[in-house]
Design a protein around this ligand. Sequence first.
Ligand code: URP
Ligand code: ZN
Ligand code: ZN
Length: 463
Amino acid sequence: MNTLIRNGIVITAQETFRADVRIRHGVIVEIAASIDAGPGDASVVDAEGLFVMPGGVDVHTHLDMPFMGTVSSDDFETGTAAAAAGGTTTIIDFVIPGRAQPLTEALEGWQEKARGKAMVDYGFHMALVEYNDQVAAGMAEVVAKGVTSFKCFLAYKGALMVEDHEFLDVLATARKHGALVQVHAENGDMLDWLTAKLREEGKLEARYHAEAHPEVAEGEAVSRAIALAGVADQPLYIVHLSCGDGLDWIRLARAQGQEVYCETCPQYLVLDSSVYQENGFEAAKWVMSPPLREEGNPEDLWAGLRDGSIQCLATDHCSFNFEGQKDMGRDDFTKIPNGAPGVGDRMNIVWTAGVNSGLITPNRFVELTATNPARLFGLAPRKGSIAVGADGDVIVFDPKKEGMISAKTSKHRCDYSAFEGFSLMGLPEVVLSRGEVIARDGEVVGKPGRGEFLPRAPFSGGE
Ligand code: URP
Ligand code: ZN
Ligand code: ZN
């Protein structure tokens, strides 16, 4: 697609400058102070007074995922449409293989879910729920297919959790193939012990989910995962970091020269655990793992985003309807499917809460939401930047436009929003993927199925 974006202010991770941007055949071919529209420029976008930034890269989504007795409510069609409307033009979703299922077969299953449905480009991480010779062979096979990151869970015992010796084997095997290992860091045994105790005490209301998942369970698992990655001499990426305790361990490791990266998510930045106390069974809307944390933690995480200890902002988008899914756990919080929607909200929330309040600069916003995720997960230089040769994945962003998050207007296929009533200032006006307009003024205009699978390069270092 050929498009010329004129008169905008380009914001990259490094700099801010006024320029026109020409996209030809889906790729940025020219960035200059002034570019004349030529016969090949099928459409011209006037970005006067607007910011021109790379489309968001969300490296943590769960679309169409079977989980806790149900399936996440957004599939690749609705989830990627919501992403597009909210300025995210690339996602990386998690393949979750069954036990003993060949990894290539599981990958093909997820490819099938996305094919013909995805509106934005997508890649996959592979979760590993066990380690054995078949898994080791499968890891090599999926890396060859462009799946260059593996996630292990230190929680969800009896379902997804791996033991420490398996995690070490994953780290060592990933190292051979240049893959990055991600970890869900909560101590599964501690969670199960606390859950059993709460059950004995008859404490099964939704709010007790947070008590069953204390900060110490995350802090311990972060420190253990770091120790294990150190022993294996392998880089590590911690997903959905929610608390200052975990962040302290990451800071310490990084200060000692260990290659540890992490992401946090908007819910941990703009919400806190007060929602569990105040809302009866409505608390189920925020039942996620890790849970929302006590006051003070969001401030710690913002500090980590500012000082570089946290490199990425993702969503952990995992939507379940309140009616018909979350309410499976009305009498027992352990039966509430864990997760919340957010892929369409990330860019706008972080701009409003982070940039508008001066907590991060616009350049850091770009770095956290697009450039770093693309680089860490083998998508750079194609994704995550406004540069000649990069894909024409661009958001033309109006920093003055106001809005409010509501399930009624959200493009997520979910009957509630975790951020209902959150006021926004700064919204994408036009969203382009490979030069094609896929959303305009919050409305989706792209076609399902236009998104392409992105085979990713091996991990090549983050900074
Ligand atoms: O509660 C969450 N986070 N659900 C999705 C699965 C995961 O742990 O990432
Ligand atoms: Zn997780
Ligand atoms: Zn997740």
